[in-house]
Ligand binder design. Sequence first.
Ligand code: ADP
Ligand code: MG
Length: 134
Amino acid sequence: MERTLVLIKPDGVERGLIGRIITVFENKGLRIADMKMCKPSKAEAEEHYKEHKGKFFFQELIDYLTEDRIVAMILEGENAIELIRKVNGDKDPLKAEGASIRGKYAIDRTRNLVHASENTENVEREISIWFDCK
Ligand code: ADP
Ligand code: MG
């Protein structure tokens, strides 16, 4: 069984989509192993997205992630890492499949509702950020 880290980003909380997003994961058959809400600090947001430091959208991304609370979840299931990235959909709104979470609910390149870890190393790194946060 594989585990991964998912965030419902501030727009998902603000738009009242928490329940609908979680329902997608539960209906898919993924197990919620842990879940919490927290308001990201600048330091936590910058650590989480450190691979994007220096890119033109970095500051906008940090402002976005720190604007409100997020939901952090540890999800478990067969091939959970790859599977959930498919369920979330492509970050490009024009490429996200219609049935994916981003395909159904997001139109913006930055404000795209969800995050999911890309590999096992990031899963553990990101869990340690968000499951220590306030
Ligand atoms: P993903 O969230 O699919 O793993 P990335 O790791 O490439 O995508 O990017 C992290 C986040 O940064 C995206 O989810 C999105 O919020 C934002 N982002 C990525 N690329 C752009 C871009 N070209 N313009 C604006 N925001 C972006
Ligand atoms: Mg990413």
